[in-house]
Design a protein around this ligand. Structure first.
Ligand code: MTE
Length: 320
């Protein structure tokens, strides 16, 4: 079976989800009106944080906290894009249990003086873990607010010492048919590859994340280690990373190869540059998308204006 990636993320996919959330909101209201306490409790549980997952201690960093309500844990862990585990938003939560995250090795290689192969413990010891609450916006037009645990990628970059030929950083996700049922479909050119310019990768906002909501990353969210780049569309944030390679040439990224007119290398959140098939001017916040909720205005760089200087002088219509 072969899909065209551009057919897979039509905003029309969103509708069933909206109905689910509308139903949830309706049930909540019905519970209050009818005084049916058990119903209200059931809906409150859906917003609770996890019980039983492995805790991950990280110190809150108040410099990186968006003043928005956090997305419910349940929503953040059941509405996912992780095509290695299926193209439907609900599939990764159901199928990613087969991902084996221990042992795990990340190879850091390419144009560096000190290439390294680190296991997860070694990687996590590079710098103290911080909790940062980031807003992440998907190119499909929805957003979430999630507390992530990790550290700035720049800590790792400094350790491996990029040489004078290093201009870009390429991230490669695991692609293992035996663990990832979605790999058998040629939806994308596997493995999933993403990339950044070296100065983007060095920006303190660029987070190498190991956890969310105070726990280790659930598999469907990119365990055991992923990127989180809040000023870029969600697909730039590669999950389940096994290789970080420094290159002189711009990396060939999976989505750019699949649909170059739709997904550029930069993919900065930009309300002024529409996707060829839909506007990027507004977004639905997951959890707020009841039938009466307004869409939110999308902000330039998703509101992270501190990255603007990385792009001064660039035509962001051309470098989308
Ligand atoms: N990484 C890999 N390896 N495979 C994917 O399919 N999807 C991307 C990104 N990283 C994806 C990936 C997209 S489109 C988005 S929006 C985010 O992961 C979703 O992250 P979340 O499920 O934690 O919200």
């Amino acid at each position: 079976m072969s899909f065209k990636p551009s057919q897979l993320i039509l905003p029309s996919e969103i509708t069933p989800r909206e109905m689910v959330l509308y139903r949830r909101q309706f049930l909540k209201q019905a519970a209050v009106v009818a005084g049916a306490g058990w119903l209200e409790m059931a809906s409150r549980n859906a917003f609770a944080e996890p019980a039983g997952a492995r805790k991950l201690t990280a110190k809150a960093n108040p410099a990186y906290v968006v003043m928005d309500n956090k997305t419910a844990y349940k929503d953040a862990t059941t509405y996912n894009n992780f095509y290695e585990f299926g193209t439907d938003k609900s599939e990764p939560a159901q199928t990613a249990g087969s991902l084996k995250t221990q042992p795990w090795t990340v190879s850091i290689e390419g144009e560096v003086n000190k290439p390294m192969k680190l296991d997860l413990d070694g990687l996590m010891k590079i710098a103290p873990l911080e909790e940062r609450i980031y807003r992440l916006r998907c190119v499909e037009g929805w957003s979430m607010v999630i507390p992530w645990s990790g550290f700035s990628l720049s800590n790792l970059i400094k350790k491996v010492e990029p040489n004078s030929r290093a201009n870009y950083v390429e991230f490669t996700s695991l692609a293992d048919k035996s663990q990832m049922p979605g790999i058998r479909y040629d939806v994308l050119n596997w493995p999933y590859v993403e990339g950044l310019r070296l100065d983007e990768a060095m920006h303190p906002l660029a987070l190498l994340a190991f956890g969310m909501y105070g726990e280790v990353l659930p598999n469907q969210n990119g365990a055991p280690v992923r990127m989180v780049l809040p000023w870029k569309y969600g697909f730039k944030s590669a999950k389940s990373i096994v290789k970080i390679r420094f290159t002189s040439e711009q990396p060939k990224t999976a989505w750019n190869q699949a649909a170059p007119r739709e997904y550029g290398f930069y993919s900065n959140v930009n309300p002024e540059v529409d996707h060829p098939r839909w506007s990027q001017a507004s977004e639905r916040r997951i959890g707020e998308d009841g039938i009466f909720s307004k869409k939110r205005k999308t902000l330039m760089f998703n509101g992270y204006s501190e990255v603007a200087s990385l792009y001064s002088g660039m035509d962001l219509r051309k470098f989308y």
